[in-house]
Design a protein around this ligand. Structure first.
Ligand code: ZN
Length: 269
């Protein structure tokens, strides 16, 4: 799947999940909390592809997400890719193939997803709003890059960075303090997980079972069979899938916003 589809899938899943919690579990979120969760989940849905490194020294290559914050994120992707490759070789069994690149390994596993979610929650609990603003800055940047890819491309990384900073600061100023913000970690973890599922429906597959060894392989790639797998960049992805996800996201958002608005006017629902 391409960047915009990944980001959109994160936003859609978060909105649909929030709607379900609102409807069936009586769990209500303020509009700001909803917007924050949606942005973090959309950004999180791009996070695993920050293992696609380019050449920092010559400023070439890398996934589009790796260019969100210019050479800084490109360097981060480079490090993430090498660490992933290191973990691959440290845990590889005899039938796992040789690799020269760590893309689609460590960052595309369940333990990584859990670690990111738990780590973010712990960070926000320990450092409160300052951790929140950092996480927000980072994920809003990724979400902007993913959801508005054409704009981000034209605007360049400096503008994207400034807009992310402004959005993170606005949220920081308006978010109620001292609650620990457990949902931010959850949103980031869910985003990573949604990314893995997105890659699974394309041809390449992901090592979702890691670290469970199967037939002397630790990194078994799991994905849909070629016949029914989604082709990256095909009409099925860029038109059908994106339209369906947008409709679901809009319906969920409308449903979520409708209740407080109706309540404000004292209308029973
Ligand atoms: Zn991926």
């Amino acid at each position: 799947m391409m960047g915009p589809s990944h980001a959109l899938s994160g936003a859609t899943v978060w909105l649909a999940g929030s709607w379900a919690l609102d409807q069936f579990a009586d769990y209500h979120q303020s509009p700001l909390a909803l917007a924050v969760g949606t942005a973090v989940c959309a950004g999180g849905a791009l996070f695993p592809d920050l293992d696609l490194s380019g050449k920092v020294t010559t400023n070439q290559g890398g996934a589009t997400v790796a260019r969100t914050f210019g050479v800084v994120s490109l360097f981060f992707a480079e490090v993430m890719e090498k660490v992933s490759l290191g973990v691959y070789y440290a845990t590889k069994l005899s039938r796992d193939p040789k690799r020269s690149n760590g893309h689609r390994t460590l960052t595309h596993t369940i333990p990584f997803t859990v670690l990111v979610g738990w780590g973010t929650t712990a960070l926000c609990a320990a450092y409160g709003k300052w951790a929140v603003i950092g996480v927000l800055f980072f994920t809003i940047g990724l979400a902007l890059r993913g959801l508005f890819d054409r704009w981000a491309e034209r605007a360049g990384w400096v503008i994207v960075t400034l807009v992310s900073l402004a959005a993170a600061w606005f949220t920081y100023a308006n978010l109620p303090g001292g609650r620990g913000y457990p949902l931010i970690g959850v949103a980031l973890g869910v985003g990573c997980f949604v990314h893995i599922l997105g890659d699974m429906i394309t041809r390449a597959g992901v090592p979702i079972l890691w670290p469970i060894p199967i037939k002397r392989r630790m990194w078994t790639m799991i994905g849909l069979p070629n016949k029914i797998a989604l082709r990256t960049g095909s009409k099925a992805e860029t038109v059908v899938l994106r339209v369906v996800m947008t409709v679901v996201a809009l319906l969920a958002a409308t449903g979520l916003v409708a209740r407080p608005v109706l309540q404000r006017f004292d209308i029973e629902i």
